[in-house]
Design a protein around this ligand. Structure first.
Ligand code: PLP
Length: 379
């Protein structure tokens, strides 16, 4: 049997071997608690401090502005709930209709707690219009949260423009940048953001290691209380191997970004053109230009995306019909619906996300298999 071809890097990525090597000692010999004051405790503390510095350098911030969490989901929750609690759950926040569930569900929770919310729409490509954000701002707006790049259709948002405007108004801005590392620049100052969420398993690091950048002076109440770790912002004994792995992986992602994002964009463009020539009625989803270098997404009228994914899996190709975090149900993707696609048409969606192991030869095998399976399902 041929080796399986993994084309679902937006869902998660394999742990890089070099990252695993950097983590390994912290599972065994260097297992001590960074809060212990004996030698090995101090060594663990130092390793965490160095990892924090590395991550701060990738984000272009100070080390004390980095908070380690358990996931992108937790980072998003802390960013939104932490700032809302600091505002006594009063006032107004703005987000977009295409955010990940960890933002949209948290915004719904805040609404139930009394916060006013505005969810701005997107255009047919899934892009937020800067003017819509400007128009939604109210005197009591204390937070704008717009994702950097979409996990389902790859559309990149004009964050620097939105951030520039929002910061000038003295309002905090958060971006869910979970899909960005290795593909888009991360500098918080150039993006004009006050908070930024990351998750190591999306960039060849370990699962269970999230990051939240919070600019100094941003009002925030911790949501996990206890021993006061993470400058009091997120208590709990540090996930030392996870933190070491996250730092190693982010450093690598940043170093490889210029070359690797160019390589992936070429493969993506080849694949998108090939799919359209083999399946003429295939509809591209997401933005034609402002999209992640590794992301190709389509919908095929008249078929079920879930069935297509299962058929492709039987043939050795692993991709996704939307976001892995929301599959399991047959609800159409909220992202496609927000792009103005009907419930029926949104059913036949496919997301193909490339990564470090992807080569042209894989895509040359994938494209005809996809065309065959689409044809069979359409019958
Ligand atoms: N935000 C985006 C855009 C994502 O794609 C994901 C994961 O799919 C998350 C947040 C959640 O990250 P985690 O899986 O680390 O909880």
């Amino acid at each position: 049997m041929k080796k399986r071809v993994y084309l679902d890097h937006a869902a998660t990525t394999p742990l890089d071997r070099a990252v695993f090597s950097a983590m390994r000692p912290y599972f065994s010999e260097e297992f001590a608690n960074p809060s212990s004051i004996h030698g090995r405790g101090l060594a663990a503390k130092k390793a965490v401090a160095e990892a924090r510095k590395k991550i701060a350098s990738a984000v272009g911030c100070n080390a004390d502005e980095i908070i380690f969490t358990s996931s992108g989901t937790e980072s998003n929750n802390l960013a939104l709930v932490g700032i809302a609690e600091a505002h006594a759950y009063q006032g107004h926040i703005i987000t977009s209709a295409v955010e990940h569930a960890s933002i949209l569900e948290t915004v719904a929770h805040l609404k139930r707690r009394g916060v006013s919310t505005t969810i701005v729409g997107v255009d047919a490509y899934g892009r937020v219009n800067v003017d819509d954000v400007k128009a939604a701002i109210r005197p009591d707006t204390f937070l704008v949260s717009i994702m950097y790049a979409n996990n389902e259709i790859g559309t990149v948002q004009p964050i620097a423009k939105i951030g520039g405007f929002v910061q000038k108004r003295g309002i905090a801005i958060h971006t869910d940048a979970v899909q960005a590392p290795g593909l888009l620049p991360l500098s918080a100052s150039k993006l004009h953001v006050d908070m930024l969420s990351l998750s190591a398993h999306k960039f060849y690091g370990p699962k269970g290691a999230g990051i939240l950048y919070v600019k100094r002076g941003t009002a925030m109440v911790p949501q996990v209380r206890g021993g006061g770790q993470e400058h009091g912002m997120r208590s709990g004994t540090e996930n030392v191997p996870g933190i070491i792995g996250a730092a190693e992986a982010l450093g690598r992602a940043e170093r490889n970004r210029p070359k690797e994002s160019r390589r992936l964009a070429k493969l993506r463009d080849w694949l998108m053109a090939e799919i359209q020539s083999r399946i003429p009625h295939a509809q591209r989803t997401g933005h034609p230009a402002e999209r992640l270098a590794n992301s190709a997404s389509f919908r095929f009228p008249g078929i079920s995306g879930e069935h297509l994914v299962m058929r492709l899996s039987e043939r050795g190709f692993e991709c996704s019909s939307g976001s892995a975090c929301s599959t399991g149900g047959v609800e159409p993707s909220h992202v496609l619906l927000a792009c103005g696609i009907s419930k029926n048409d949104a059913q036949g969606s496919l997301r193909i996300t490339l990564g470090a192991s992807t080569r042209l030869l894989h895509l040359k095998r994938f494209a005809p298999a996809l065309a065959e399976e689409v044809k069979k399902l359409q019958k």
